[in-house]
Design a protein around this ligand. Structure first.
Ligand code: NAD
Ligand code: 13P
Length: 416
């Protein structure tokens, strides 16, 4: 029987953490997975500074390739410093080489860069590969809003699910316990050991024996443009059990669900709310104000999901899973979007300036998501229906002040 080869597309703060989790599991379950995990690294020159245990006085301040540093010291000194990565992770600067022969592709990079990456991958991956998107953001075009899981899937002609949760990377890299949610719902066609249809799935009851070019329903329940290729029978099935095995660790507990839209939207939209929480915290308004922001934010998240992905999205995904309310709480307590928004208000500078100064190359997702969601709502005349999302956009653009938030969201507060 063949084994699944796994590639992580991305190697930032979360990308490197997920690579660690996955490599621990491919080693432990080497009957199902090839032990070696490829991690595509956007190559850059990095200086190993004297406060790092890998500082080499003979190199001094000479920049070195990030891939060479990771492969030599098993540490991503730039994006996940201080954490030893398993030695079965191979940092690869070539995207096309990193995905070669991989049947599982894990997309984990800031959403700003995904379009270019997909352009390079088109036609260069196994046709029966399956993907998981760990990206927190939405893709907004003139045509509407789409999820990165469906957008990557359509672009590469493969099925892509989503992983999202209350998952601040530094805590998980230090192996502090957390939960996550994985939404995965292809039609049951992977091979003869098909999973049974799951409740809430847009793909109930499809029974398929032909492994080629099979139609399925997307995460909104519409006929998908993507024609899926089945996983050959000599591979272990790419089902819920397989993905739970790949991601579950004693310190990282996985809940498998079918609601890809709800899971993806939770991860994307909570970043806008976390910015708002940072704004009011930076203003010095305390925990009551922050809780109000979270409550109103959660309502707008559910409303957005129901309004634009209503055919399949389940409110419980927002209110009951790690990808929903739990991620909202953790991100509004200690996430980067929260911390940068808070500091921006305290220092009287922009969130972009704090990102540049403090994050050492890590990228905020909330600011671009706030702009993108706003342009989508504005084009439909719906800005007033989402007062908190709109307020965050306007504060980022310096069109409104934090002090305006209470009045702007009053219609929600008053139940109007
Ligand atoms: P990050 O913020 O650490 O971003 C840096 C990454 O971007 C690096 O790998 C860098 O090489 C890459 N990069 C820079 N320029 C690039 C370019 N031109 N092309 C391609 N790549 C380039 O990234 P991250 O924290 O790994 O975030 C990835 C996704 O995971 C995001 O959607 C984020 O919302 C989500 N996420 C992050 C966390 C977290 O705590 N960091 C937790 C959960 C989810
Ligand atoms: P930030 O990108 O704001 O740090 O959020 C991380 C996250 O998604 C935690 O679940």
């Amino acid at each position: 029987e063949k084994k699944h080869k796994v590639t992580i597309v991305g190697s930032g703060n979360w990308g490197s953490t997920i690579a660690k989790i996955v490599a621990e599991n491919t080693k432990q379950h080497n009957d199902v997975f090839e032990e070696q995990v490829q991690m595509w690294v956007y190559e850059e020159e990095v200086v190993v500074t004297s406060d790092s245990k890998h500082y080499d006085p003979s190199m001094g301040d000479k920049p070195q390739k990030l891939t060479s540093i990771i492969n030599k010291y098993h540490e991503n000194v730039k994006y996940l410093p201080g954490i030893t990565l398993p030695s079965n992770i191979v940092a690869n600067p070539s995207l096309v080489d990193a995905v070669k022969d991989s049947s599982i592709l894990i997309f984990n990079l800031p959403h700003q860069f995904i379009a270019k990456v997909c352009d390079q991958l088109r036609g260069r991956i196994l046709p029966f590969a399956r993907g998981i998107s760990c990206i927190k953001g939405v893709n907004v075009t003139d045509d509407g809003v789409s999820l990165f899981s469906e957008w990557i899937g359509d672009g590469l002609n493969i099925y892509v699910g989503a992983l999202s949760g209350a998952n601040i990377a530094s805590e998980i890299a230090a192996e502090k316990w957390s939960e996550t949610t994985i939404a995965y719902d292809p039609p049951p066609m992977d091979n003869s050991r098909n999973p049974s249809p799951r409740s809430g799935s847009p793909n109930p009851g499809i029974t398929v024996t032909d492994l080629q070019d099979v139609s399925h329903r997307d995460c909104r329940g519409r006929a998908s443009k993507t024609k899926l290729t089945g996983v050959p029978a000599e591979y272990p099935p790419l089902d819920h059990d397989c993905f739970r095995t790949l991601f579950h660790r004693p310190y990282f507990h996985v809940q498998m669900v079918s609601d890809v839209a709800g899971v993806s939207l939770g991860g994307a939209l909570k970043n806008i709310v976390a910015l708002a929480a940072g704004f009011v915290d930076g203003r010095g308004w305390g925990d009551n104000a922050k809780a109000a922001i979270m409550r109103i934010g959660l309502m707008e998240m559910v409303k957005f999901g129901k309004e634009f992905f209503g055919e399949t999205v389940q409110s419980q995904t927002f209110t009951e899973t790690s990808a929903g309310v739990a991620d909202l709480i953790t991100s509004s307590s200690g996430g980067r979007n929260f911390r940068c928004a808070k500091k921006a208000v305290e220092k009287g500078i922009t969130v972009d300036e704090v990102e540049q100064q403090d994050l050492n190359g890590q990228k905020l997702q909330g600011t671009t998501t706030a702009y993108e969601v706003n342009s989508f709502l504005k084009a439909r005349g719906l800005e007033k229906e989402y007062p908190l999302f709109t307020a965050v956009n306007d504060i980022l653009l310096n069109k409104r002040q934090v002090d305006d938030i209470p009045n702007l969201v009053a219609q929600v507060t008053d139940g109007a």
